[in-house]
Design a protein around this ligand. Structure first.
Ligand code: SF4
Length: 107
């Protein structure tokens, strides 16, 4: 899948409170994760042990802390039906909890 470059707010255009099946990666030009290792943000899919996952999550969250796109990124992640990895300064389990709180357990 080729990342799309969007410089505006709103990622794929969905409004808060709507969910989407569009899981196309979004690449903001000023995102702090541009050029950083993918493994930092998607450690669970690589079959790593807990220690490695914790370290990758730490690196990803430090990166997100410096990112001007945290809010848009988190909203993009919460709107996706299937969302994996660290987005918007939140790990995958945190995003799952936030999604359940927002949309209910049926999502
Ligand atoms: S908030 Fe984190 S994952 Fe999202 S664009 Fe910024 S650095 Fe990347």
């Amino acid at each position: 899948m080729t990342p799309i470059d969007i410089s505006g707010v709103g990622a794929s255009g969905q409004k808060q409170g709507e969910m989407t099946h569009d899981d196309t990666p979004v690449r903001w030009p000023d995102a702090a994760c541009n050029g950083k290792p993918t493994d930092w943000f998607y450690p669970l899919g690589y079959g790593h042990d807990d220690e490695h996952i914790t370290e990758m999550n730490r690196l990803a969250l430090e990166c997100c802390d410096q990112c001007p796109r945290r809010t848009e990124c988190r909203e993009r992640a919460l709107a996706m039906v299937d969302c994996y990895g660290t987005w918007g300064g939140h790990t995958e389990p945190e995003l799952h909890q936030m999604r359940v709180a927002r949309y209910g357990g049926g999502q």
